[in-house]
Design a protein around this ligand. Structure first.
Ligand code: IMP
Ligand code: MG
Length: 180
């Protein structure tokens, strides 16, 4: 039987390493946000595993909400962006932590963080599992980073290729023959 694991060229971050990274980030956020009741904004769909695991590692009062951003164009990051699903919570005065799977060109999160600041939030910080910094276009950096990754096509732990591979429990590089 064909397995989704067969399409992975190499594992970049194992399940065990992910757990350690999240524990560390959770500790850091717990210390820095004690008493601030931060609002964790999980960017769907890719950040779902990361944000929910991270949330369970924040050991102080905190809330979680889910947003979705999409481009008007056909899947490219160059198209105009829109908020497909906004937070339910009132954003004014909140300490927001945007949690996403990967910071690539940075265009999506640059747009979204700008939107959040326009809502008179108390603070906006960005936490990403992966930073593909070689590809950056927008003037944005993350405040909390799980790991820096090379400019390769990455899947797993929430990241997809055509909606597949999000359920891989590790972060890996997709075999070229799958998408070429
Ligand atoms: P941006 O280029 O920083 O705006 O990234 C937009 C989105 O593209 C990310 O949130 C991911 O969902 C997706 N993305 C970027 N790089 C990869 C990758 O290597 N694999 C899978 N999805 C990616
Ligand atoms: Mg995404």
């Amino acid at each position: 039987m064909k397995s989704i694991h067969d399409d992975v060229a190499k594992i970049l971050i194992s399940k065990e390493e992910i757990a350690k990274i999240i524990e560390k980030l959770g500790k850091q956020i717990t210390e820095e946000y004690e008493g601030k009741n931060p609002l964790i904004l999980c960017v769907l769909k890719g950040a779902a595993p990361f944000a929910t695991d991270l949330f369970r590692n924040i050991n102080t009062e905190a809330e979680i909400d889910f947003v979705q951003i999409s481009s008007y164009g056909l899947g490219t990051t160059s198209g105009a962006l829109k908020i497909k699903r906004d937070a339910d919570a009132e954003l004014e005065g909140r300490h927001v932590i945007v949690v996403d799977d990967i910071l690539d060109t940075g265009n999506t999160l640059n747009y979204f963080c700008g939107y959040l600041r326009s809502k008179n939030t108390a603070s906006v910080k960005l936490c990403v599992m992966l930073d593909k910094r070689e590809r950056r276009q927008a003037d944005i950096e993350a405040d909390y980073i799980g790991a820096v990754v090379p400019d390769e096509f990455i899947v797993g732990y929430g990241l997809d290729y055509a909606e597949k591979y999000r359920n891989l429990p590790y972060v890996g590089v997709l075999k070229r023959e799958i998408y070429e």
